[in-house]
Design a protein around this ligand. Structure first.
Ligand code: COA
Length: 174
């Protein structure tokens, strides 16, 4: 059976150019892609509502919103995958460190769900140094975001920062 529906999970705090590239490539590989934005687990700078909104804007900008949904991930990844009927999980790999991390997460998920399958896409080399931590540092220091996040995310964050005055500690982790 060929895989048609991919689930792309992440914290997206915030979504970076690297994530957007993985999303674009996933849309070229699979008929349907669901992006799952993790609600809990990590303390985040940005609220779940903001992260969902940013991802939705990036999806809208691809012009392929008809085959790409954005949903919150509130429980286990394996449960959401089964609930959605997604064939594979897709993740980006930037480095050996990412590989080791993905390998152990995949092993744990496989243990929970024997049908769990993951496909990792190598990150574009010119985007490999971008992380959400780097973007959060730039936000905190008031630096330029255009080189590290898609325009839709930069515009959203600029609006948030202008509206808030204080742009730190905005997250609720879920
Ligand atoms: N481009 C840019 N950055 C990327 C990237 C790419 N292609 N791929 C990963 N990253 C970065 C992220 O920006 C993030 O950076 P940061 O640490 O600087 O913030 C980092 O890699 C980790 O990414 P994240 O999306 O937060 O992944 P994660 O490893 O924390 O896992 C879930 C997120 C949602 C997949 C995982 O927490 C999960 O499955 N949660 C559900 C609960 C569950 O099932 N747990 C059991 C799992 S074994």
């Amino acid at each position: 059976m060929s895989a048609r529906h991919a689930l792309f999970p992440g914290t997206f705090d915030p979504l970076t150019l690297g994530h957007a590239d993985v999303l674009r490539r996933a849309l070229a590989l699979w008929e349907r892609v669901t992006v799952a934005v993790a609600a809990g687990g990590k303390q985040t700078l940005l609220s779940l509502a903001d992260r969902l909104e940013m991802v939705r804007r990036v999806v809208a900008a691809t012009g392929q919103g008809d085959r790409c949904r954005v949903v919150p991930l509130r429980g286990l990844l394996v449960d959401l995958r089964r609930e959605l009927g997604a064939d594979v999980v897709v993740r980006g790999l930037r480095s050996v460190a990412d590989l080791e991390h993905e390998q152990s997460m995949a092993a744990a998920n496989r243990r929970l769900d024997p049908d769990y399958e993951i496909v990792c896409l190598f990150a574009r080399p010119d985007l490999g140094m971008i992380s959400s931590t780097l973007v959060r540092d730039i936000i905190r220091c008031g630096g330029p975001l255009a080189a590290v996040v898609p325009p839709e995310v930069a515009a959203f964050l600029d609006g948030r920062i202008a509206g808030n005055g204080d742009h730190t500690g905005a997250g609720d982790g879920g």
